[in-house]
Design a protein around this ligand. Structure first.
Ligand code: KIV
Length: 285
């Protein structure tokens, strides 16, 4: 069992901010864990940042299982959270349970679903059978088509009510935390005060119990990022520079240098061995 458990995450509310980041492969997850993240999250955002899709709607359970397995092999301390992709839990509670079990068997410690109130029955059942669940309200990217794109949520009374209803339903159903995405900070603050479970914000301001960002966004791995992201590095710039240097050194013969290859010290020995090898090959026709 990993050190950070859902119970530990709940205990952090009001005491210590929760740091969560996405990761989709083994080396990234190793770094995320070693950096002291509380939650390493295999988000369905991988559809966009890893597979180049326009949105997350095409992400499959198989993809989530492969990536969860890779991440879970790397993480020793943090809680490993896996996203339930679009279509994997909406058809029936039974199908939702079957798919959550696949993610747990791939090494996740908990699963995340988008929404709250509409899936309260599924959350209740998962929690009762021992699968910890995180909910997700505010902007829910899996409702991209209905929302008409990614936009700030919580400006109207109806949206505030919907967000609060989701958070309360998740708390009641036994979820251990809820993500609040791209809402006005006042709304996220209200939810944080209204529920006993931790709120983890992304583009929802500072008055929440923790923050989550997407790996590629915060590291500056490519340019297309949401407006609320802070870039902590310019990794794409570093990658580009490194690749240009490599290419130039290949073209001008600087790479490989003497440190990067091996050769016979005794050239006569090599000549003898090569002649014998060539002779044997002649016999093969
Ligand atoms: O899939 C994802 O990365 C997410 C975060 C934006 C919370 O759901």
């Amino acid at each position: 069992m990993r050190e950070i458990t859902p119970r530990r995450i709940i205990e952090m509310k009001g005491r210590e901010k929760i740091a969560m980041v996405t990761a989709y492969d083994y080396p990234s997850a190793l770094i995320a864990d070693e950096s002291g993240m509380d939650i390493v999250f295999v988000g369905d955002s991988l559809g966009m940042v890893v597979y180049g899709e326009e949105n997350t709607l095409n992400v499959t359970m198989d993809q989530m299982v492969f990536h969860t397995r890779a991440v879970s092999r790397a993480v020793k301390r943090a809680l490993v959270l896996a996203d339930m992709p679009f279509g994997s839990y909406e058809v029936s509670v039974e199908e939702g349970i079957r798919n959550a079990v696949r993610l747990i068997r791939a090494g996740a410690d908990a699963v995340k679903i988008e929404g709250g109130y509409d899936h309260r029955e599924l959350v209740r059942k998962l929690v009762r059978m021992g699968i910890p669940v995180m909910g997700h309200t505010g902007l829910t990217p899996q409702r991209y088509l209905r929302l008409g794109g990614y936009r700030l949520m919580g400006e109207t009374e109806e949206e505030i009510e919907e967000i609060l209803r989701d958070a309360r339903a998740l708390e009641k159903a036994g979820a251990f935390a809820v993500v609040i995405e791209f809402t006005l900070s006042d709304v996220a603050k209200l939810v944080t005060e209204e529920v006993s479970i931790p709120t983890i914000g992304i583009g929802a301001g500072p008055y929440v119990d923790g923050q989550v960002l997407v790996w590629h966004d915060l590291l500056g791995i490519y340019e297309k990022t949401p407006p609320f992201v802070k870039k902590y590095a310019d990794i794409s710039g570093m990658m580009r520079l490194a690749l240009e240097n490599y290419r130039n050194e290949v073209k001008n013969g600087q790479f490989p240098a003497r440190d990067h290859y091996w050769e016979f010290l005794d050239k006569d020995d090599f000549r003898r061995k090569a002649q014998r090898a060539l002779k044997r090959l002649e016999g093969d026709g």
